[in-house]
Design a protein around this ligand. Structure first.
Ligand code: GLU
Length: 330
């Protein structure tokens, strides 16, 4: 398959999309989509700052979406705290924030569309059963690795009730795309992921479906997020094609790690960013900017957060002008 094509949609071509955008046909719409499992820490602030700067540098709009689709993992009050932290750091959004937990009927519609196309099947495999099948096939997986689904339930015609619902992949499902920072990417979905879950057995919609439906519904043209999500992008592009949606641009940002080299997260006990003094906020913004690789943003002691963000936006523009997206070939 030639680069930039898609098995379900031969017209899929990110290059065409990019040219249209550069002519200004599609106004930039970006988003920050935190999962409210806890307060923002330096890692999530860095992602928020990167996506905000990219939107501002493109004179675009920036949206905030609370990704609380996995309700059992949601920490009570974390959504409001995140919004408060973003405000304190000057990262103001342009439209009312949205909550995924209020949008399940929209995700069901997306799923129904795929069911109509016969792209969905029920699956009753437990993690242990999948591991056993993989083990028998001589495929070893590390404990936290996402399992490549071997397709056990594909032809079983199980009911959709009380079962996980998986997306049936076509043969040779290799997805090629260009990340605006990391360059050309390619993932063979059959061999690296397998048929993936869109609704869990407990009835909750998965991140993959919710994020694709929401990015489309909100007219998102640019997805700027942490590099830990890079391996999800091919699945999302595949879903967009299956649902007849357009594919946004992708930019995956560097991750902030602790001294042990682990990504900062709630699991690695990352500390919440503080928001009670301007000095601390500016110092934290400077640290985030350092991780994003933008040139020195240290300003005089009396700088306001808004001034700092103005300077950082200019630095981001410089970087775009110097060809940060030069790796995009179209
Ligand atoms: N909710 C995801 C997270 O907090 C981000 C998803 C995305 O940006 O696509 O890591």
């Amino acid at each position: 398959m030639s680069p930039m094509t898609h098995p379900l949609n031969p017209q899929f071509n990110q290059g065409t999309r990019l040219k249209e955008d550069q002519k200004g046909h599609k106004p930039y719409r970006g988003r920050f989509a935190p999962s409210p499992t806890g307060a923002l820490h330096l890692g999530s602030l860095t992602t928020a700052l990167g996506s905000w700067l990219d939107a501002r540098a493109h004179d675009g709009r920036w949206l905030v979406r609370i990704e609380d689709v996995d309700t059992p993992r949601t920490a009570p009050g974390a959504d409001q705290l995140i919004l408060e932290q973003l405000k304190a750091y000057g990262l103001e959004w342009d439209e009312e924030p949205t909550w995924q937990s209020k949008r399940t009927s929209v995700y069901q519609k997306g799923l129904d569309q795929l069911i109509t196309k016969d792209l969905i099947y029920g699956c009753q495999c437990s993690r242990k059963q999948i591991e056993d099948v993989l083990h028998q096939a001589g495929i070893s997986m590390s404990p936290n690795q996402e399992l490549i689904y071997p397709g056990t339930c594909r032809e079983q015609h199980l009911s959709f009730e009380n079962h996980a619902l998986r997306m049936r992949l076509p043969e040779n499902c290799v997805i090629d795309f260009v990340d605006q920072g990391l360059g050309k990417q390619s993932q063979d979905l059959n061999h690296q992921v397998g048929d993936f879950v869109l609704r869990r057995a407990d009835g909750l919609f998965t991140y993959q479906l919710a994020v694709v439906v929401d990015d489309q519904a909100q007219g998102v043209t640019h997805v700027v997020r942490g590099a830990d999500l890079l391996s999800n992008t091919a699945r999302q592009i595949h879903l967009q094609c299956a649902l007849g949606y357009e594919t946004p641009h992708y930019l995956h940002l560097p991750l902030v790690t602790n001294t042990a080299g682990e990504k900062l997260s709630k699991q690695t006990q990352a500390a919440a960013i503080e928001m009670h003094s301007r000095e601390i906020i500016l110092a934290t913004l400077n640290r985030a900017a350092h991780y994003l690789g933008i040139a020195d943003t240290t300003l005089a002691h009396q700088t306001s957060v808004a001034q700092w963000l103005g300077v950082a936006t200019e630095r981001w523009k410089d970087r775009l002008a110097k060809g940060w997206v030069a790796k995009v070939t179209c």
